[in-house]
Design a protein around this ligand. Structure first.
Ligand code: NAD
Length: 244
């Protein structure tokens, strides 16, 4: 039995994680932690910690996990590069599974996105479109960022320099260098992502649409079970699923 702590337990993902853990064989929720609770008081009883909170909370959680030698699964998104670097530096002490998206379907999309970019080649213009519920605080989504990073990797581009976030006004003709990124917000949408490959006379679109948070929660719980006993290091869901 793998005993997990859910950090951010009162949130949308926290609630889905608790429901899914209660239905999953081999997993038990050792503690539910949210604002005002002390993770330090309960961490000793757990095999792993799962964090779905806010970006400012992640570093302290990671330090506590490192001090207690507990694997950490991070679902939280929206970190700046320097925050990400501080957190990932702890990979020398504990296994950290950090995925912008824990759904098996989206990880299949990640794999297909790379393949399609390689097959279609530089003649196809690349755009990423994502849509989420009206409460989401960061943009673009962490998943859209990962899709952008995959496309940049295939095209030998830089995420910070070559991604074009939205367009407005007299922006001029589209260059072949840019990769477009567009965020839609509204309603209760759990998470839609589409990668558009637009060529002369043909367009390919790869889409994933999440209908329930259970798809992320089940993946994060699977990652926590997988991480227990692993060597210290930085892993993602591709490692958990054996897709790398
Ligand atoms: P939410 O606002 O519904 O829940 C966040 C919870 O974290 C709240 O209950 C809040 O009180 C709690 N919290 C904030 N700071 C805390 C702290 N310091 N200690 C303990 N608890 C704290 O948000 P959500 O929709 O559940 O999403 C949470 C995060 O997960 C977001 O960053 C979101 O983008 C991300 N997310 C990731 C995936 C994935 O697969 N990786 C999927 C969905 C959402």
């Amino acid at each position: 039995m793998t005993k997990v702590i859910i950090n951010g337990s009162k949130g949308r993902m926290g609630q889905a994680l608790i429901d899914c853990a209660n239905r999953m064989d081999g997993v038990e929720v050792a503690a539910q932690v949210d604002m005002g609770d002390a993770l330090a008081d309960v961490i000793a009883d757990a095999d792993a910690v799962i964090d779905f909170t806010l970006k400012d909370a992640t570093l302290d959680v990671a330090k506590l996990c490192a001090a207690n030698k507990k694997p950490l699964v991070i679902g939280t998104t929206g970190h700046e590069d320097d925050e990400r670097a501080q957190i990932t530096s702890l990979q020398s002490e504990i296994p950290i599974v950090w995925a912008s998206n824990f759904s098996t379907g989206v990880n299949t999309l990640f794999w297909l996105t790379r393949k399609a970019a390689e097959i279609l080649g530089p003649d196809f213009d690349l755009e990423v479109v994502e849509m989420h519920h009206r409460h989401k605080v960061d943009a673009p989504s962490g998943t859209a960022r990962t899709l952008g990073e995959i496309l940049c990797d295939v095209r030998d581009k830089s995420y910070n320099d070559d991604i074009r976030h939205g367009r407005e006004g007299m922006v001029g003709a589209r260059t072949s260098e840019e990769i477009g990124m567009h965020s839609l917000r509204g309603g209760s949408v759990v998470g839609d992502h589409t990668v558009v490959y637009a060529g002369d006379g043909a367009r390919v679109e790869l889409s994933h649409k999440a209908a329930s948070r259970d798809t992320f929660a089940n993946g994060a719980l699977r990652a926590a079970v997988w991480a227990v006993g692993k060597s210290p290091g930085l892993y993602d869901m591709q490692n958990v699923l054996g897709l790398e």
